[in-house]
Design a protein around this ligand. Structure first.
Ligand SMILES: NC(=O)c1ccc[n+]([C@@H]2O[C@H](COP(=O)([O-])OP(=O)(O)OC[C@H]3O[C@@H](n4cnc5c(N)ncnc54)[C@H](O)[C@@H]3O)[C@@H](O)[C@H]2O)c1
Length: 410
């Protein structure tokens, strides 16, 4: 049995400490005084004379990677709220010898220019039309953080252009979107990672470990997300564009359930609608609460409820797995593990580190998977199962009937 807090080697190996800006980051924010040749650039950063990053990543590590003779060159499509966060984490991880941002695309000129400015001396190209970014030879990896209804269009085109792809969750609002991206990943043979940063988070890794090792056979799961703060404008509140609350937000939990239970559900029933936020805003068509039950193989039952008008508070976000030998609950910053031995239950509260930023870990892990030709943890299968699980639950709620997996399977 591995220890509860041990992260998987692929998520941690070779990663920098979290939340520490790389020493070169500040320099990147400053415009260079004069044009810098590649040789001088590497020399000033110490990488020609055996600098740390070059030692950490030998030339052989780049073998077979498109355009990665020196750098992984990243292009961003969509630099709104989430895209800006992904950009910040990339800049925190950046070293001139490993990652470089070469292009930023957004149809909103203000957001695009602001993102370009944040990249300082790297001076990425500012692009309006994403197809122009995909035509660029100096982009190896595309980071997609556009609204959900555009993920399939953008990810399929990026993969067809031979780019590795980090695409925000979920894969899309419909099963046709999920199929389009799944087929494109298979065809392209490029690395694809979904924006499920919880897959790289210490708390969830500890939970998965406890469920797999300490609590015996899982019989039942209960989980909830009863916290406020959900966006109240734009594509987010349109159920066609976002896929509705369950697909847009709860897909994070769906990913954890499919990961920990090692598969997808067989059917779902559910109820939900709009109670407290009717007309907020007037164009709202997404639910503000719902409750859904899933059946997994071997009679494992899962109950999940979601409400965006309650204030945040203790226990508002939890996942609890009940097994033949105990119970494991991730409750905000604590893993509560109860194990029964000789008929007696004993409970341990394991505090989970608060200083990890899982998004940064996820991005760093993706870069490592590309360099080392490894499959990402949050791969296309994770994206497909979680998105379809959310679509299954949504169909059950909207249509007020039991829905079988066969109706959403692709
Ligand atoms: N992993 C997470 O924890 C997490 C958190 C928040 C959001 N997200 C996901 O990130 C994605 C983006 O969410 P957001 O909150 O940043 O939305 P947003 O609306 O703030 O940003 C989307 C950006 O995409 C741009 N855009 C729209 N159409 C475009 C096009 N055709 N070409 C280029 N740019 C285009 C918009 O101008 C905007 O700047 C969504 O899929 C969302 O579900 C993930």
């Amino acid at each position: 049995m591995t220890t509860a807090l041990a992260p998987p080697p692929e998520a941690w190996h070779n990663l920098r400490p979290f939340n520490l800006p790389h020493p070169t980051f500040r320099r990147n924010l400053m415009p260079p005084r004069k044009p810098v040749s590649r040789r001088r650039f590497l020399k000033t950063t110490g990488t020609l004379s055996g600098g740390a990053m070059l030692t950490a990543l030998p030339a052989s590590a780049y073998a077979g990677v498109q355009g990665a003779n020196e750098f992984l060159r990243l292009g961003f499509i969509g630099v709104g709220d989430r895209g800006s966060t992904l950009l910040r984490h990339t800049l925190n991880s950046v070293s001139e010898a490993t990652l470089k941002i070469t292009a930023i695309c957004d149809i909103d000129a203000k957001r695009r220019d602001s993102a370009v400015e944040k990249c300082g001396g790297m001076k990425p190209a500012a692009i309006h039309d994403y197809r122009e970014l995909l035509d660029k030879k100096d982009v190896d990896v595309v980071v997609i953080a556009t609204p959900i209804y555009l993920h399939a269009e953008h990810a399929v085109a990026a993969l067809a252009a031979g780019k590795h792809c980090y695409c925000e969750k979920p894969l899309g609002p419909t099963k046709e979107d999920v199929k389009a991206i799944t087929d494109a990943v298979k065809k392209a043979g490029r690395k694809f990672q979904v924006g499920f940063q919880w897959r790289y988070h210490n708390g969830f890794l500890a939970l998965a470990d406890a469920v797999g090792n300490a609590i015996g056979k899982v019989h039942m799961v209960t989980a909830a997300r009863h916290i406020g703060g959900y966006p109240t404008s734009g594509w987010y509140v349109d159920r066609k564009l976002s896929g509705d609350l369950i697909v847009e937000q709860a897909v994070h939990e769906m990913n954890v359930f499919c990961w920990v239970l090692k598969g997808h559900p067989l059917r779902a029933v559910g109820i939900g609608g709009i109670n407290a936020l009717k007309g907020v805003p007037p164009e709202r068509t997404i639910m503000d609460h719902y409750s859904v039950s899933y059946e997994f193989p071997e009679n494992v039952t899962l109950q999940y409820s979601h409400c965006v008008y309650t204030p945040s508070g203790f226990g508002g976000l939890h996942q609890t797995f009940y097994g033949s030998n105990g119970r494991a609950a991730r409750l905000e910053d604590t893993l509560k593990l109860t194990v029964t031995k000789d008929g007696k239950p004993s409970t341990t509260d394991i505090p989970l580190p608060k200083d990890q930023d899982a998004t940064q870990t996820a991005l760093q892990s993706f870069a490592k998977c590309i360099r080392e030709d490894k499959e990402p943890l949050a791969n296309i299968e994770a994206g497909r199962n979680a998105t379809l699980m959310a679509i299954l639950g949504r169909t059950a709620i909207h249509e007020k009937r039991a829905v079988d997996w066969s109706e959403v399977a692709i």
